[in-house]
Design a protein around this ligand. Structure first.
Ligand code: FEO
Length: 397
């Protein structure tokens, strides 16, 4: 794809990675992704904002054949999917220097071997004149690493944001328009890398909220030409709002745990609670992360393997703990063959989640009448607790 004009002196460069299905060898990418860089040309100086993943450097290098000079490379984030092609840019444009936050300098040197004399750090709020255009650098830490910053171009009412507001979404469209799939992809990305830093992300939103913005240009996914949509969505995700939703990640070896999960699901549905079920041997773990953004309750369903929870449950519970979601309540249900310590081990896996554990329902072998009575009581308790919550409503965007 060739470089594309956004508006006066501002161009999109980069690569759409339609085929990538895994990020950081961890995160599923069902919709592919893109690595966006932006060229901002003033009357005197030219700045490049971010670069691309080294895997796609060839596409980027061809685009730069049409760019005569670059004076500044703004590295908003040191992770390689944005900074990986900067060494090539510095080699091609011998007088170019990298501008980055104070914390980014060390990371760029460590990860990419960029020499310190080619890097100049900028302060939070510092401005840079390009001739008729001015860039303002705004520190926004922890979206995704501690060094991240965004760049504001007031003359074009554009905010360049790197991972912040980004989406892993491959598309030939330059703009997001009103496509709800882009907001969903952005929610998935927020869940996977920013949710643990929710309170800091909220401060970052407050920091950019009053800027006059017509376009938000992230370094993954399309440009938001209706920026209010993505900013409002983020505000909802970082807010205290939780949804009247129970997440049911589970696995079943001989069917007993699955029977319990289905019974509980039906009991909750009858009480007006939305249920989202995830069979962990086949589920997209990114979808579970996304639904953890605003669900009020998680109920983990596990059989017992060698006295503990099934390894797939271990893994999903570890993920939930690392993401520090807003969950209010939790429960563990499941079946065992001859003995179990699954509940104790699952509980030990979630020290970061500040939840009230409502119940544990474990049965030996097939669930029986007593088991179903306990599941009915759990559904009743969840429904009652949800009704008492102050900030609860339907599932968020
Ligand atoms: Fe898209 Fe944190 O890199």
């Amino acid at each position: 794809m060739k470089k594309r004009r956004i508006n006066n002196g501002v161009y999109w460069l980069g690569a759409v990675d339609w085929n990538r299905r895994l990020f950081d060898s961890l995160i599923p990418l069902p919709d592919g992704t893109s690595y966006n860089a932006y060229l901002v040309q003033g009357t005197e100086k030219t700045a490049l904002i971010d670069s691309v993943d080294p895997e796609m450097a060839g596409v980027f290098e061809q685009q730069l054949d049409e760019v005569e000079n670059i004076d500044f490379v703004v590295a908003q984030h040191a992770e390689q999917d944005h900074s990986g092609a900067i060494p090539f840019v510095l080699e091609k444009y011998e007088n170019a220097i990298v501008l980055c936050s104070l914390k980014a300098k060390d990371l760029l040197m460590a990860h990419l071997g960029i020499p310190p004399d080619r890097i100049r750090t900028v302060e939070d709020g510092e401005t840079l004149g390009l001739g008729g255009k001015q860039l303002q650098f705004i520190y926004t830490p922890w979206v995704h690493w501690p060094e991240t910053m965004v760049t504001y171009l007031p003359q074009e009412r554009m905010l360049f944001t790197c991972d912040f507001f980004g989406s892993h979404f491959a598309t030939s469209d330059l703009y997001a328009g009103d496509n709800p799939a882009v907001i969903q992809a952005a929610k998935r990305y927020y869940a996977e890398i920013m949710m643990p830093f929710r309170s800091i992300v909220k401060k970052n939103i407050d920091k950019i909220r009053d800027l006059d913005i017509a376009f938000i240009a992230p370094s993954h996914g399309p440009v938001f030409d209706h920026p209010e949509q993505i900013v409002s969505a983020y505000e909802s995700w970082v807010s205290e709002h939780v949804s009247n939703v129970v997440l049911l990640p589970y696995i079943s070896m001989h069917g007993s745990t699955a029977i319990m999960v289905d019974y509980l699901m039906n009991a909750l549905i009858e009480k007006g609670v939305t249920v989202k079920k995830f069979e962990l041997s086949s589920t997209d773990i990114g979808k579970l992360a996304m639904d953890l953004v605003d669900a009020a309750t998680i109920v983990i369903g596990t059989p017992t393997v060698l006295t503990g929870p099934h390894p797939a449950v271990f893994s999903a519970t570890h993920l939930a703990n690392a993401l520090r979601p807003k969950l209010k309540y939790a429960a563990v249900i499941g079946s065992y063959g001859w003995g179990t310590k699954a509940v104790e081990q699952v509980s030990a896996l979630i020290p970061n989640i500040n939840v009230e554990v409502l119940a544990t329902v474990m049965c030996k072998g097939l669930p029986k009448k007593d088991t179903f009575n306990e599941l009915d009581a759990l559904a009743e308790e969840i429904s009652k607790k949800h009704a008492e919550l102050e900030h609860i409503g339907p599932p968020a965007i």
